[in-house]
Design a protein around this ligand. Sequence first.
Ligand SMILES: CC(C)(COP(=O)(O)OP(=O)(O)OC[C@H]1O[C@@H](n2cnc3c(N)ncnc32)[C@H](O)[C@@H]1OP(=O)(O)O)[C@@H](O)C(=O)NCCC(=O)NCCS
Length: 253
Amino acid sequence: MRQITFADLDLPQQTEALNLVYRGYDQPFQVSQEWVAEHLQAHSIEAGRSPLWLDGRNQVAALSLLALRNGYGWIGGFGVAPVYRGNRFSGPVLRETLKDLDEAPVQLEVLVTNLKARATYERGGFRVTRQLVVLEGPPGPAGQTLEPAGSPCWQRQPASLERLQDLVWVEQSLAYRGHQLHFVGEGASWGELASQPRLRLSNEPAGSPLHRQLLALGWREVARQYEMHRPARSPAENPQFRRGQAAPPLDMV
Ligand SMILES: CC(C)(COP(=O)(O)OP(=O)(O)OC[C@H]1O[C@@H](n2cnc3c(N)ncnc32)[C@H](O)[C@@H]1OP(=O)(O)O)[C@@H](O)C(=O)NCCC(=O)NCCS
């Protein structure tokens, strides 16, 4: 095995690599080059710090995508190629990803059905902090006010939203793209979205006021994830982090 980084591949190779390591994933996951380019850019993924392994035939064996923002880390992609699974390779992949990151709390999401990935992350020091749901359903009436969303996951934090192309903002209280809601703030109403047949919201904190309102409108849960955090290991050199901190204060990010 030879270790390189995700930055050593060009965009078509990066796309192929991600589709390979996510083969057999519990949710459909087949990404395009456009998706990969935006994923890296919008969510602050540092391709040059994201490890990738090639086998003797130069085929991708495993990879992990590491994002860094404001002193916090996030794993935004993680997988072992099907032919190499079941050999406990995921542990070393995670360890290499987290190398030199003792001062930063790190977070990630994992599908509740993905027991192997969760076992790997728990062994690496991650603990579940909350559940996130992916929901689909019809909009409410145009004049109805939406309940506020919960504290956003990494991909829905302002730093990500401001880098998404073609996001439509309605009076700074609602942002969407196509049929996907990305931001629901104070005072948002369905407005122009009321005519859409179906909408989607990803990774909303379970039990938030918005989650409860959408369920009452007949929305259906299509996936559920655990959000997991690993506290900073040696925060002494970085006063921003306290020892034993279970989760970063997301509102600060
Ligand atoms: C998830 C994935 C990375 C795990 O890699 P793997 O090579 O299949 O698994 P490993 O052999 O490294 O084993 C991982 C852990 O799962 C445990 N495990 C294996 N089978 C298990 C099962 N059926 N239930 C629970 N845990 C299981 C192993 O014991 C090991 O934990 P341990 O090190 O604490 O003993 C890999 O299956 C994959 O790439 N899947 C598709 C993409 C994906 O799901 N990525 C994660 C996104 S969050």
